[in-house]
Design a protein around this ligand. Structure first.
Ligand code: HEC
Ligand code: HEC
Length: 303
């Protein structure tokens, strides 16, 4: 708010209050002068309907006085006169923070019983899992789906296929610190024919065929460019989040076209860090919930 606007608002509020008090005084004066109850305003309707000019009832007058007193007290205590912060120092932000802090304290008290238990243990506690499910719905479902089965680019958390590991520790680290999976683009290095060959080889690892490309040539390219991350057996590497390429479970789609696109253009996956926002205790409850999803052993395959 600029100084000019602030001044304008303050003046408007003060002048309004003064005008209200003025009106009050003026009304009282008039009442003293014209005490006759037979006084009319002079307006006549339908021949004999007259409007009396009686003073306001006393209770009404006091109500009016009260509102003026309230207004004055209010602008002294609370922000109301332009930029003037008010004697109490109240702000919406501070009230919001206060509410948040209160809520956090209450939640902490409820969650405290889980502090000394491991997420593996909590994965078998129905109450802890119910809290975990809520946390998941609020913080994770947007990306991983409300049932945790993921979508293209967002891993399925209910299968046994893990990019970064399915142990309690690995899952807690993933949620706390986040993960960044980077698959570089290989289109320029390999050329179109080379990409076709590697695609044919990668498809063959899951017992599938690609419409083009030479599997043997692809295997050679794989050994040169891909082994470092996806491993000699192509089972992946959880240290860098390189997926297993032999299980026919696909993060970015398993049609020959999608696989070719992945290899030629590269892919990136970003799992945001949640540790700071949620705190260790909530991360643990979420990790427990994710482990319970894994234990459902849903053999789901993304096409
Ligand atoms: C903005 C989208 C997004 C949100 C929100 C998100 N994730 Fe993720 N998550 C991802 C992506 C993308 C990956 C895969 C990262 C990669 O490709 O390297 C991932 C990976 C994971 C993994 C590793 C899976 C594996 O196979 O190793 C776990 C576990 C996980 N997320 C759990 C969670 C939980 C629990 C939450 C909620 C606190 C959450 N995620 C919120 C996008 C998200
Ligand atoms: C620097 C390490 C690295 C190298 C080298 C690398 N990749 Fe990857 N690759 C990854 C990572 C990490 C991902 C997962 C990307 C993500 O998290 O979204 C991935 C994903 C993929 C996928 C997608 C799998 C799926 O489930 O959708 C394919 C296919 C793939 N790589 C093939 C290859 C081939 C073929 C090569 C060699 C030409 C190669 N990669 C080289 C790290 C690498």
């Amino acid at each position: 708010m600029s100084n000019g606007v602030s001044l304008f608002i303050a003046l408007a509020a003060i002048l309004n209050t003064i005008a209200a008090v003025g009106l009050l005084v003026w009304m009282r004066k008039r009442r003293g002068e014209e005490s006759s109850t037979e006084d009319t305003t002079g307006h006549v309707w339908d021949g004999d309907l007259r409007e009396y000019n009686n003073p306001l009832p006393r209770w009404w007058l006091w109500l009016f006085v009260l509102t003026v007193v309230f207004a004055v007290a209010y602008v002294i205590l609370y922000p109301g006169l332009g930029k003037n912060p008010g004697a109490l120092g109240w702000t919406q932000q501070r009230q919001w923070d206060q509410l948040q802090a209160d809520q956090e304290r209450r939640a902490e008290a409820v969650l405290a019983v889980y502090r000394n238990r491991s997420s593996e243990d909590l994965a078998h506690d129905p109450q802890a899992l119910a809290i975990g499910r809520n946390l998941f719905a609020n913080n994770c479902a947007a990306c991983h789906g409300s049932d945790g089965r993921g979508a293209r680019g967002f891993p399925n958390l209910t299968d046994r296929d893990w990019l970064y590991g399915g142990t309690a520790e690995a899952i807690e680290t993933t949620i706390t610190q986040g993960r960044m999976g980077v698959m570089a683009p290989w289109g320029e290095v390999l050329g179109a024919g080379g990409v076709d060959d590697v695609t044919a080889y990668v498809m063959s690892l899951s017992g599938r065929k690609a419409p083009r490309g030479d599997v043997a040539a692809g295997r050679t390219h794989y050994a040169t460019y891909c082994i470092a991350c996806h491993g000699p057996d192509a089972k992946g590497n959880q240290d860098v989040g390189a997926p297993n390429l032999t299980d026919n479970i696909w993060l970015h789609g398993g049609t020959p076209d999608r696989v070719r696109e992945t290899i030629a253009q590269g892919r990136q996956g970003n799992m945001p860090a949640h540790g700071e926002r949620l705190g260790a205790l909530r991360v643990k409850l979420l990790a427990a919930y994710v482990q319970s999803l894994g234990e459902l052993r849903v053999a789901s395959r993304q096409p």
